[in-house]
Design a protein around this ligand. Structure first.
Ligand code: ACO
Length: 381
């Protein structure tokens, strides 16, 4: 039986991590372990949601305190990763450097080859704590600056901004990043998580599965889309140009970056929250920053209006993530790594789930090439 192209409609895993409900309608909902992402993004910290994804239950206050301490204690990079970042990895793009650095992290991880549930969580803690340190160090080295030591007084998201920007973020900025990272922490069997589960299905270890996930996230149809959205917003330049841009793009059957989704046929619930965060951030900061942010946001809203007028597709998570990451001071080539620093929580949960109840993932193919050809020796070809 041939599945639709792109495995559409195929159910390839049983999971108790993430549920996407009512994806066909305008009111889709997304839950992690049974909790609405809107509640989690409004009330929880990123560490709390990682705990939920990995342990299946929200932590008590004591459990969260211990867990946050553990995460904070694991942010420093092993020396061989710092050295690699300062030499060969500095010349790679941020997402390529992150992928390579995660491979190198395995070399110092005593649990590297242990696929037990407890070891997967221990490695998950280290990877989640260290990935922002990699992104921050790579950014500063590429700018000719010294990487900063993590700040253990800051929570996960605030420390991430500090490591990249070199100054402690304002509370609203840190909360915006934290909330957005919660919204992006998991999303069922999306391409990068599927890749991670395929790798884990061969009983490859967590680091290997995360490298597969990072390679898959990079593409412009997945985590690479946000950078394309920002490029589009800059190219359009002003809200008044949106109608012409959208009309031309759709007439040429081009894809509008940040729109459409394999699962959601109506609104993507994450995009709704991210749009609200853009709105809150756009009005803040000095006059120049406010002007730039409002222009970007107005342009995004105008593109959304024009697309919706013409075709039944809605913005996906990347559409408003792009202006949000930009308002937070991330560079476009850091958008996919920022996404990865959020999605690592989901990857860890899915790899652990795959390892617990594993069967090799191996679909079949339909062969459409030539058949039974007579072999011709090389001298006669
Ligand atoms: N712009 C214009 N039309 C679109 C878009 C878009 N961005 N996305 C889908 N469509 C249209 C298609 O042309 C097609 O129309 P048709 O049936 O008349 O031919 C219909 O919607 C269905 O599109 P498919 O290609 O079948 O959708 P698929 O599920 O294969 O692809 C994808 C989903 C890759 C996300 C697609 O919507 C796309 O390319 N979007 C732009 C890239 C993007 O934003 N990616 C990020 C996705 S979210 C994430 O991974 C984090």
């Amino acid at each position: 039986m041939f599945a639709k192209e792109g495995l559409e409609g195929v159910v390839a895993a049983r999971t108790s991590i993430c549920l996407i409900k009512g994806a066909e309608g305008a009111k889709a909902a997304l839950e992690y372990r049974g909790y609405s992402i809107h509640d989690l993004a409004s009330h929880c910290g990123f560490e709390e949601v990682a705990y939920l994804l990995w342990y299946g239950a929200l932590p008590s206050a004591d459990e969260l305190r211990d867990f946050s301490r553990l995460m904070r204690a694991n942010r420093t990079l092993p020396r061989r990763v710092s050295r690699a970042l300062a030499s060969i990895l500095r010349d790679l793009t941020p997402i390529d450097a992150l992928r390579a650095a995660v491979s190198i992290l395995a070399a110092d991880d005593l649990d590297a080859a242990d696929n037990s549930p407890a070891a997967n969580v221990r490695k998950g803690v280290r990877l989640t704590a260290q990935m922002p340190s990699i992104v921050g160090a790579h950014h500063r080295l590429a700018m000719g600056l010294k990487p900063l030591a993590p700040d253990s007084t800051l929570n996960h998201a605030a420390n991430f901004l500090y490591l990249v920007k070199g100054k402690r973020p304002r509370e609203l900025e840190a909360r915006a990043l934290e909330s957005a990272m919660i919204l992006e922490a998991d999303h069922g069997l999306n391409p990068s998580t599927f890749a991670a589960r395929v790798a884990a299905g061969t009983l490859a270890d967590l680091h290997s599965a995360v490298v597969a996930a990072l390679a898959t996230l990079k593409g412009p149809l997945h985590g690479g889309a946000a950078a394309q959205v920002l490029a589009m917003l800059h190219a359009v330049g002003d809200a008044s140009n949106a109608a012409g841009f959208v009309r031309k793009a759709l007439a040429a059957h081009a894809r509008v970056a940040g729109f459409g989704h394999r699962i959601y046929k109506g609104d993507d619930p994450r995009a709704i929250d991210l749009k609200r965060w853009c709105e809150r951030l756009a009005g803040k900061g000095d006059a120049r920053r406010r002007r730039e942010a409002l222009k970007l946001f107005d342009c995004a809203k105008a593109i959304e209006r024009e697309v919706r007028k013409r075709v039944p597709i809605a913005p996906n998570v990347d559409f408003y993530a792009a202006p949000l990451w930009s308002m937070l001071g991330f560079q476009p080539d850091q958008f996919a790594p920022v996404f990865a620093c959020a999605r690592i929580a989901g990857w860890v949960a899915h790899v652990a789930e795959q390892h617990i109840d594993n069967r090799l993932i191996r679909p079949e193919e339909e062969y459409i090439g030539p058949l039974s050809r007579p072999f011709i020796p090389i001298e006669q070809r």
